[in-house]
Design a protein around this ligand. Structure first.
Ligand code: THU
Length: 136
């Protein structure tokens, strides 16, 4: 799958964002090694702390359906209808991705305004990370 297609899916996934409190809407499209794509959007809560980020929704959907190896994720976010110039996944989501993704190989497409995007690896987003190997 091309980065452009994954990006298109992330932008579409953002339409489902439930963000009545922050107004900040996020979409994610996670590509599994099987070729299947898992979509996520942020889901907020009146009690605030149960809010879940789009990236984690995508990862949890995938893992709960049996997929544990991933190639890439495309993410976008911004206030209401606008897509921000750049949207970086939060630290908690980086750590959740780290559990299942090879840091040097896993690609993160940071979607900007007007279809532009920047490609980074998970190890660039989360250097010197703690992962499953430490627990062996
Ligand atoms: N959010 C995400 O969905 N992903 C991130 O990586 C950062 C933040 C959501 C959570 C909350 O609903 C809104 O953006 C504002 O923080």
């Amino acid at each position: 799958m091309t980065p452009e297609k994954l990006i298109e899916l992330a932008i579409a996934a953002r339409e489902s964002a439930y963000a009545p409190y922050s107004g900040y809407r996020v979409g994610a499209a996670l590509l599994g090694k099987s070729g299947k794509v898992y979509l996520g959007c942020n889901i907020e809560n009146a009690s605030y702390t149960p809010t879940v980020c789009a990236e984690r929704v995508a990862v949890f959907k995938a893992v709960s359906e049996g997929e544990r190896e991933f190639e890439a994720i495309a993410v976008c976010g911004g206030n209401q209808q606008e897509i921000a110039g750049s949207f970086p996944p939060c630290g908690v989501c980086r750590q959740v991705l780290r559990e299942f993704c090879a840091p040097d190989d896993f690609k993160v497409y940071l979607i900007g305004a007007g279809g532009a995007y920047k490609t980074v690896t998970l190890s660039e987003l989360l250097p010197y990370s703690f992962g499953p190997d430490f627990m062996k």
